[in-house]
Structure formats: C-alpha cells, structure tokens
Design a protein around this ligand. Structure first.
Ligand code: ZN
Length: 239
C-alpha cells in the first residue's frame, strides 16, 4: 500500500490585506512549509503590493517560529486581466453596485484564474494545499468566492494536473469580527497589532488616515466593512 497522502506544504494566496494575512498565520500554525503568492494585475494602488512585503518582513521579525516555516514569496504578473476587465480596482472609476447585484469591482473569473495559477505554481513547488481567504459571508457575494466554486476548483485542479490538491478556506463561513478574533487566537495581540498597522484593505489606497482599525479612507465599502468588524470584535473582547 502506498503512504497516505500528507498535506504538509501549503501555498497561501497573499495580497497583504487583513484576510490573507490571517490565512497566512493560519497556514503557519498548521503546515510544515508555507510559501506565498501575490498577483500584480495593474492594481490602481501599488500600496497593496507594498503592504505584502512589509507584512512578510514583520511576520518574520515578530514570530520566529513562523519565520522558520515561511518559504519563498512569489509574485505573478497577471496584467492580462486588465485587458478584459473594466473595474474600479484597475481603472479610475467610482465604486458602485451594478444591476445584477454585484459591485463593479467584480472581475469575471479573476479568482478562478488566481487559483489556476496558484495550482500551477504549487505543482512545480511540491505544495499540495492552496490557502485562500475567500468568504461567502462577505458583503460582495462574488460568485467565484463561493464554497461550491472552491470545491469545483479543487476537483478541476486535482483532475487537470493529476495531483490531489486541497483548497483550504479558513474564512469561508465567518464574518469580519470573527476574522479579527481568529488572528488574536493564532498570534495574540502582537498579530492583531501587526494586521492593524501594516495590512491594507482600502479601495482608495489611502495610507494617510489612521483609525483604531488601521489605515484607510474610512468611507469606501472595504474600509466600512473592516471598521464594522473591528468595532464588533472590540465590543466582544471587552464583554
Ligand atoms: Zn477606504
């Protein structure tokens, strides 16, 4: 009989935001070796890509046990996405909801492409777990972040590359307050402080205004969601 498959090596889709940083901490507590992957697809705000580097550096400095497991960081250029999308993330347009109930930040198939590229890289690097911070309870309801989509992708990648992949989605069924709580459980106040100070969420790329939940304009949907989650988390922490 062959050895049972042991999923010990993970690739985390890491954007430098609150969610993917929490996913990275989750992976570093569970897997022996963890690598990270970010995508450059002509984001309006390079601040997001800068945040990745700072967060990785901070994690290495403040969490030596995690630093020992944290392997290579990869960035893939997916500028081709800009050629088929017209969204407020890559073009100079205001955020708004479309008639189909999706925000104009939705890029059709973007997350499917991210996972396909992640699977290809993981295959080459000998990593079998893909960790991603997608969430069904999120305000945006992107169809390519749903649990069924993730299960279908896991099957498609496993069949298409003839290698068993696991797609691990630790945030799938929790809200933003619970995401803060998960960070505290994984890395204590030190991790919460790191996420507040160094991760980036704001759609407008604002690094000028500091709130108790971190940096951002405070008014875009991403800032409002983060602020609301923080307030609920702090209320719960004091109760
Ligand atoms: Zn904002």
């Amino acid at each position: 009989m062959s050895e049972p498959l042991r999923h010990a090596h993970a690739l985390v889709l890491f954007s430098g935001g609150q969610d993917s940083t929490t996913c990275l901490a989750h992976a570093l507590t569970r897997f022996d070796r963890v690598e990270t992957l970010g995508f450059d697809y002509g984001q309006r705000h390079r601040v997001e890509l800068d945040a990745r580097r700072v967060v990785l550096q901070q994690l290495r400095e403040k969490f030596p046990a995690w630093a020992a497991k944290l392997g290579e960081d990869h960035t893939l250029d997916l500028g081709v996405i800009g050629a088929v999308s017209d969204t407020s993330l890559t073009r100079d347009m205001a955020f708004r909801m479309e008639a189909n109930g999706l925000p104009n930040t939705f890029v059709p198939g973007r997350n499917l492409m991210f996972l396909t590229m992640a699977g290809a890289l993981a295959y080459r690097r000998g990593l079998t777990v893909l960790v991603t911070g997608v969430c069904e309870t999120d305000f945006s309801g992107y169809p390519d972040c749903r649990d069924d989509t993730m299960k279908a992708m896991q099957l498609a990648l496993s069949l298409g590359m003839d290698q068993r992949f696991l797609i691990d989605t630790p945030l799938m069924w929790i809200d933003k307050a619970e995401t803060w709580r998960m960070a505290r459980d994984l890395g204590g106040e030190a991790l919460v402080d790191l996420i507040v100070e160094h991760t980036h969420t704001c759609y407008r790329g604002d690094r000028e205004h500091r709130h108790d939940w971190g940096w951002g304009c405070g008014t875009c949907p991403a800032c409002r969601l983060r602020a609301r989650g923080w307030a609920a988390y702090r209320k719960g922490a004091w109760a």
